[in-house]
Ligand binder design. Structure first.
Ligand SMILES: [Zn+2]
Length: 73
């Protein structure tokens, strides 16, 4: 595990979250406003997305079901 510092996409609260050593996106919950967001670590930068704004490939839930369902645009 490694940690990254991000800003909540909803309330801009700064916090440190754990990311896996792979580059898979992960869900996190804001410690301040409690809303779920997705953090995806890239080669050079960290992407932070609201749950509803994340493209399918960056949504852990979507990735889990992609073999059995079609994602909405
Ligand atoms: Zn927040």
């Amino acid at each position: 595990m490694s940690t990254v510092t991000v800003n909540c996409p909803y309330c801009q609260e700064s916090m440190t979250v754990n990311q896996g050593d792979d580059y898979a996106p992960r869900f996190h919950e804001c410690c301040k406003c409690g809303q779920k967001f997705i953090v995806e670590r890239g080669a050079n930068r960290v992407k932070v997305m609201k749950e509803k704004e994340a493209p399918c490939m960056s949504n852990p839930d979507c990735r889990e079901i992609e073999t059995s369902a079609t994602c909405e645009e």
